[in-house]
Ligand binder design. Structure first.
Ligand code: SF4
Ligand code: SF4
Ligand code: FES
Length: 238
């Protein structure tokens, strides 16, 4: 086989608390193929590293669980093409479990205990356009990258019994809270609870931050952070 049919990447493994790097040459189906990172990981697992750990679900950029770092930047592996020499590693913003698998529950648990009273169940009320835009979130957690609010969690990590999620927020959690605020079925009390939660997660950090970037193109700065800060300023004198 000609070398033009091979594409070599460097896969960063994580075993027993130690990092390693394994070069892997992906065999392309045709010379012109530009494989997705997930294709490469799957072939690496079947051909060279049988116990290589990584996650995937839908393979169609819907579930978000396949997100890894490519050359130290978060990318959705089933939709990110790789090139010769690329480095594939676990997301750097969450604790590593094994190889490219990270612990994700610290984010989801942030909302534990949050009670949002509903304004009723009138399905004829239309949600505003911004609400629908925010439903495009696939929970990939790419937006955690370089978020100074989430970075504060590093010193506060404790996953023991009773762990109820990270203390400090992140763009994804704020998106969920802004979505609750925009939902026409959320009562005024519910909106206030969501806003208070955003403030408790340290929304103030966003005041001095240039903004966050979404892996699927949601305007986080304009559609999440700005409206939350506006509401917080008005109600809580931020
Ligand atoms: S604007 Fe806020 S949520 Fe976004 S990256 Fe900055 S601190 Fe994090
Ligand atoms: S806001 Fe964007 S980057 Fe963040 S979890 Fe949702 S889809 Fe991913
Ligand atoms: S496998 Fe579901 S988004 Fe990649």
């Amino acid at each position: 086989m000609s070398n033009n049919n091979l594409l070599t990447v460097h896969i960063v493994t994580f075993r027993d608390g130690k990092k390693g790097t394994v070069p892997f040459s992906y065999i392309k189906r045709e010379e012109k193929e530009k494989p997705m990172a997930l294709d490469v990981l799957m072939q690496a697992q079947s051909e060279k590293i049988p116990d290589l750990a990584f996650r995937y679900g839908c393979r169609a950029r819907n579930c978000g669980v396949c997100t890894i770092n490519i050359n130290d930047k978060p990318r959705v592996a089933c939709r990110a093409r790789v090139k010769d020499g690329d480095k594939l590693s676990a997301l750097s913003t969450l604790p590593k479990l094994s190889d490219l698998v990270v612990r994700r529950d610290g984010i989801a648990r942030q909302m534990k205990g949050l009670k949002i009273p509903s304004a009723g169940n009138d399905l004829n009320i239309d949600a505003p356009e911004e609400y629908h835009e925010l439903t495009a979130c696939i929970e990939c957690y790419a937006c955690l990258d370089k978020c100074p609010m989430h970075a504060k969690n590093i010193d506060n990590e404790s996953f023991g019994e009773g762990f109820s999620g990270y203390k400090y927020g992140n763009p994804f959690s704020l998106l969920k809270l802004e979505r609750i605020c925009l939902d026409p079925l959320t009562s005024d009390k519910g909106k206030e609870a969501a806003l208070q939660k955003a403030i408790d997660l340290d929304l103030k950090t966003c005041l001095d931050c240039p903004g966050c970037k979404c892996g699927v193109g949601i305007d986080l700065k304009g559609k999440v952070i700005k409206p939350l800060l506006e509401k917080a300023k008005k109600r809580f004198d931020l």
